[in-house]
Design a protein around this ligand. Structure first.
Ligand code: ZN
Ligand code: ZN
Length: 501
């Protein structure tokens, strides 16, 4: 409790100072909220081993704000959005990174229920933030059947019309969105936001297996990044599933290998204009560092934990406390300067019949870094490899949003964490997990995309033509000189030859 009071004091001091530092007009705030997994069938008396649904028995007493074994009841969704509003009701924008639909069997859902589920969350955010731009992206639980994201236009049209994303996206964004759940937009301060649908690369998606460019998103993304570079815009990559591996498991990667490599190659190609990448999906609090070579960090990927407390069915993964994240950033460069991680202790909330959201930590202070750039996260990662720094132990507590306050991480657990953060390429990750060094660590694979040809200025053709002409003339002159020299020398040769004889 004392710790929290200290945090709140620090937060106030931090906010007070933020108004005066780095030219306050350039400093902005935005929210990320992710993985609500709202379950309309959550019941106070449902069986926790069947997602707190009464179909599994009704003799139980579940908390009004949720159960660590189940997805979010509506009361938790409302509480989270209300908390966002009370902490900062006028952010520059909100990133909503997907997964509104609960972890239930497909037999319990249908497309209409899925749309309805997303709509309820969408309306809640829009009603509480009527004047704030909300950038939504889809999660792997948002299509029907679950994980089966395709290029079917009807589905995306349904999300726009039935889930009310047509209130969140403008006409141009909608025109892109129906092609595959992606869109591009520019913030009021000139940052380009690419809302992506990386669920298309998720290796549980049977629809996109063996498809080189599902819904043509790679091509679109490439063109957007080329365009952003031409317009000198910095870019935010916002999506649900991140590339690479899940840090809480051994050898658990998300994308199809070929999609993973292709995605990374594009990110590396444009890392100079990508300010940050922001994802959800893992439900844990983590980050990734993309490298272009050994010791060369080029991009930071921030993974925010979930609103749902649901304990994953994946072995050993565990649950988390519900969370929200508020970012501080430079509106012009896009650099993420800091973030404040909020959480609610679910057990306490259920006991007290009220949610007491608190600051869990503030990134720069807790990790002693200057910002959330790739270089800073690289420094943090290096400290994780040094036991005495203490940062890794702190990170482990935050990794589950304080669900596990005394995490024990053995050698393979440390390796899984560090390799997932450091090695986004699948081969590199595998080698790292085996404790080996890969010779070509993180060397970008060649991309199929033709690199944009650098335009040769027209005057260069004239210069080259003139030079070629001069060379030819010189050649001819030298040849003529040689021939005439031979004519002069030849009689003397004959003369000297006759003397010697
Ligand atoms: Zn999720
Ligand atoms: Zn997900």
């Amino acid at each position: 409790m004392e710790k929290q009071t200290l945090f709140q004091f620090l937060l106030l001091a931090f906010r007070a100072s933020s108004a005066s530092d780095v030219g306050s007009a350039d400093i902005g705030w935005f929210w990320q909220v992710t993985d609500f997994h709202y379950d309309a069938n959550y019941s106070l008396h449902g069986n926790p081993s069947t997602m707190c649904h009464t179909s599994g028995g009704d003799k139980y007493n579940n908390g009004i704000y949720g159960n660590y074994l189940c997805d979010s009841p509506w009361r938790l969704v409302e509480s989270a959005v209300n908390e966002m509003k009370s902490q900062n009701g006028t952010p520059d924008f909100i990133l909503w990174t997907g997964d509104s639909v609960p972890h239930v069997k497909d037999s319990e859902l249908n497309l209409a229920k899925v749309f309805e589920n997303i709509r309820k969350v969408s309306d809640q955010l829009r009603d509480e933030f009527p004047n704030t731009t909300i950038y939504p992206v889809l999660g792997n639980h948002d299509p029907f059947p679950s994980n089966q994201m395709s290029d079917a236009m009807q589905y995306y049209q349904g999300v726009l019309n039935s889930s009310h994303w047509d209130y969140l996206l403008d006409e141009q964004q909608q025109a892109d969105f129906i092609k595959g759940g992606y869109y591009s937009t520019v913030t009021d301060y000139g940052l380009r936001v690419l809302g992506l649908n990386t669920n298309l690369y998720y290796n549980m998606d049977k629809v996109t297996v063996m498809i080189w460019d599902p819904a043509s998103q790679f091509e679109w993304m490439w063109n957007q990044l080329v365009d952003a570079r031409q317009h000198n815009q910095m870019v935010y990559i916002v999506s649900h599933v991140a590339p690479g591996a899940f840090e809480r498991m051994i050898d658990m990667t998300w994308f199809y290998p070929e999609h993973n490599e292709r995605y990374l190659s594009i990110l590396r190609e444009f890392s100079d204009i990508i300010a940050v990448q922001i994802y959800g999906h893992d439900h844990t609090d983590s980050f990734r560092v993309l490298y272009s070579g050994p010791g060369l960090p080029v991009s930071s990927l921030l993974l925010s934990p979930a609103v749902t407390p649901w304990k994953s069915t994946l072995p050993g993964v565990g649950a988390n406390n519900p969370s929200l994240r508020l970012y501080k950033y430079n509106r012009k460069t896009g650099l993420v300067l800091d973030y404040i991680q909020y959480f609610v202790n679910l057990t306490a909330a259920n006991t007290d019949n009220q949610t007491d959201w608190q600051v869990e930590y503030q990134a720069t202070q807790e990790y002693n870094i200057t910002d959330l750039s790739a270089n800073s996260l690289h420094k943090l990662l290096m400290s994780f490899k040094n036991d005495s720094s203490g940062y890794f132990q702190k990170y482990l507590v935050y990794n589950s949003v304080g669900y596990d306050m005394n995490p024990v991480c053995n050698e393979s657990c440390v390796r899984a964490q560090v390799c997932a953060i450091e090695k986004l390429g699948m081969k590199e990750y595998k080698f790292c997990m085996e404790g080996k060094h890969h010779k070509t660590t993180d060397i970008p694979p060649t991309t199929h995309h033709p690199k944009p040809h650098k335009k040769v200025p027209q005057y260069m053709f004239y210069v080259i033509g003139t030079l070629a002409f001069v060379v030819v003339i010189l050649f001819v002159v030298i040849m003529m000189l040689c021939i005439s020299r031979r004519r002069h020398i030849a009689p003397y040769r004959r003369f000297s030859t006759s003397l010697n004889a």
